[in-house]
Design a protein around this ligand. Structure first.
Ligand SMILES: NC(=O)C1=CN([C@@H]2O[C@H](COP(=O)(O)OP(=O)(O)OC[C@H]3O[C@@H](n4cnc5c(N)ncnc54)[C@H](OP(=O)(O)O)[C@@H]3O)[C@@H](O)[C@H]2O)C=CC1
Ligand SMILES: CC(C)CCC[C@@H](C)[C@H]1CC[C@H]2C3=CC[C@H]4[C@H](C)C(=O)CC[C@]4(C)[C@H]3CC[C@]12C
Length: 323
C-alpha cells in the first residue's frame, strides 16, 4: 500500500527539505504539500519533480491560521484520499521578532552562553496580532489551526488496519514559563512563539493519551537552529552572513546548531522510518548535528505534569471554537 503524507508549510525551509528526503527514501509515496501561497507551492512541487520525476506530488491550499481554510482543506483532502499515514504539522511563524541586545551581551559573558545560543531564551520577543477569526495569529497558525486539522482528519488518521503518526515541528525555544493555561493564546505576554511551541509539546503528549487506542500516535520534534526565512526574519541576511563563521565555531560546542534545512529535518525524517507504536509518547525528538557535520536524532522527555496535560485537551477554546 502506498503511504500518504501531508506536510504543512512545505514550500520552503525545513518542510521542503523534509519532502526531498521523504521522496529520496520512498519513491512510491503520495505526497501532499499543504500551503497558503500556491505560487510558491507550485515552485516547490516543480523543484521536487526535478530530482524525483516520477513522484506523486499534489498541492492543497491551506492557510493554517484561517479556520475556514482549514475546514475546506480537510474536506478536500478527505475527498481525494482514503488514508493518511503521516501528518506533518510544520508551518509556523514568528512575526515581528525583536532581539534584546542587552540580554544578548549579558548572556555572552555568563555560564549560560551555550544554552542561550541553543534556545534563544530571554533574547526574543514578538508582536502578535488578532486574525479575522478573532484569534491571536501566532496561536492560530502554530497551534490551533493544526489542532483543528487533526480533529477534521480524524476519520483518515484513526483507522483499524494501520497506525498513523502526527508530527509537530516545535522548537527549543518552547518554554514552560512562557505558557499559561489562563492565557493559552498568549494575549498578555510578549513571547507568543515560545508559548505556542510549548503548547504544541503539550498537545502532542495529550493527543497520545486520547488517541493511541484508536491507532493515532503523535510526536513532537525540535529542528535546532536552522537558517531559513524564519531566521532571516530575525536579523538581516547580511548580518547572518557576517556572523556565520562564529556560528560554525559555536557548532563545536552545541549540537543544536543544525544550520541547514536538510539537517534540521533529520528528526522529522527519522520519525518517518519508525513504527508509530514504538515511539516514546512523552518524548520530544531533537535534530542534532555534530561538529563534524553528522546528523542524528535524540529523544528528550518533555518537562510537564499530568494535570496540565489533562487540562489542555479540554480547554474550552480547543473543544468548541466557533468560526
Ligand atoms: N528555523 C529555525 O531555526 C527553527 C524553525 N522552527 C520551526 O520550523 C517550522 C518551519 O519553519 P522554517 O522552515 O524555519 O521557516 P520557513 O519560513 O522557511 O517555513 C515556514 C513555512 O510555514 C508556512 N506558513 C506560515 N504561515 C502559514 C499559514 N498561515 N498557512 C500555511 N502555511 C504557513 C510558510 O509558508 P509561506 O511561504 O506561505 O510563508 C512556510 O512554508 C516552523 O514551525 C518553525 O517555527 C523551529 C525551531 C527552529
Ligand atoms: C549580535 C547579536 C544581536 C546576535 C544575536 C543572535 C540571536 C539573534 C540568535 C542567537 C540564538 C538564536 C536562536 C536560537 C534558537 C532558535 C529557536 C530554536 C527557534 O525556534 C527560532 C529561532 C531561535 C530562537 C534563534 C533566533 C535567533 C537567536 C536568538
Amino acid at each position: 500500500m502506498k503511504k500518504v503524507v501531508l506536510v504543512t508549510g512545505a514550500n520552503s525551509g525545513i518542510g521542503l527539505a523534509l519532502c526531498e528526503r521523504l521522496l529520496s527514501q520512498d519513491a512510491q509515496l503520495q505526497l501532499c504539500l499543504a500551503c497558503r501561497n500556491m505560487q510558491r507551492a507550485e515552485a516547490a512541487r516543480q523543484a521536487l519533480l526535478v530530482s524525483h520525476p516520477q513522484a506523486q506530488v499534489t498541492l492543497l491550499h491551506l492557510d493554517v491560521g484561517n479556520m475556514r481554510s482549514v475546514l475546506r482543506a480537510a474536506e478536500e483532502f478527505k475527498q481525494k484520499y482514503n488514508r493518511l499515514d503521516y501528518l506533518y504539522l510544520n508551518a509556523g511563524i514568528m512575526p515581528n521578532p525583536r532581539v534584546d541586545h542587552k540580554a544578548f551581551y549579558k548572556g555572552l559573558f555568563s555560564s549560560n552562553v551555550v544554552h542561550m545560543f541553543a534556545t534563544g531564551e530571554g533574547l526574543l520577543t514578538q508582536e502578535d496580532k488578532v486574525t479575522p477569526n478573532g484569534l491571536q495569529e501566532v496561536f492560530a497558525t502554530n497551534l490551533f489551526g493544526h489542532f483543528l486539522l487533526v480533529r477534521e482528519l480524524e476519520p483518515l488518521l484513526c483507522q483499524m488496519d494501520h497506525n498513523s503518526l502526527v508530527i509537530w515541528t516545535s522548537s527549543s525555544n518552547a518554554r514552560r514559563s512562557a505558557f499559561s493555561l489562563d492565557d493559552i493564546q498568549h494575549q498578555k505576554g510578549r513571547e507568543p512563539y515560545s508559548s505556542s511551541k510549548y503548547a504544541s509539546d503539550l498537545l502532542s503528549l495529550a493527543l497520545n493519551r486520547h488517541y493511541n487506542n484508536r491507532g493515532l500516535y503523535s510526536s513532537v520534534i525540535c529542528p535546532g537552529l536552522v537558517m531559513t526565512y524564519l531566521t532571516y526574519g530575525i536579523l538581516p541576511s547580511f548580518f547572518w552572513t557576517l556572523i556565520m563563521p562564529i556560528m560554525w565555531l559555536i557548532r563545536i560546542f552545541t549540537n543544536t546548531f543544525t544550520l541547514s534545512p536538510y539537517n534540521g529535518a533529520d528528526a522529522l525524517f527519522w520519525l518517518f522510518m519508525q513504527k508509530p507504536e514504538s515511539l516514546d509518547p512523552m518524548a520530544k525528538y531533537h535534530s542534532l548535528t555534530s561538529g563534524l557535520g553528522n546528523n542524528y536524532t535524540q529523544p528528550h522527555k518533555v518537562r510537564t505534569d499530568s494535570q496540565i496535560l489533562s487540562l489542555i485537551f479540554f480547554m474550552p477554546i480547543l473543544g468548541d471554537f466557533r468560526y
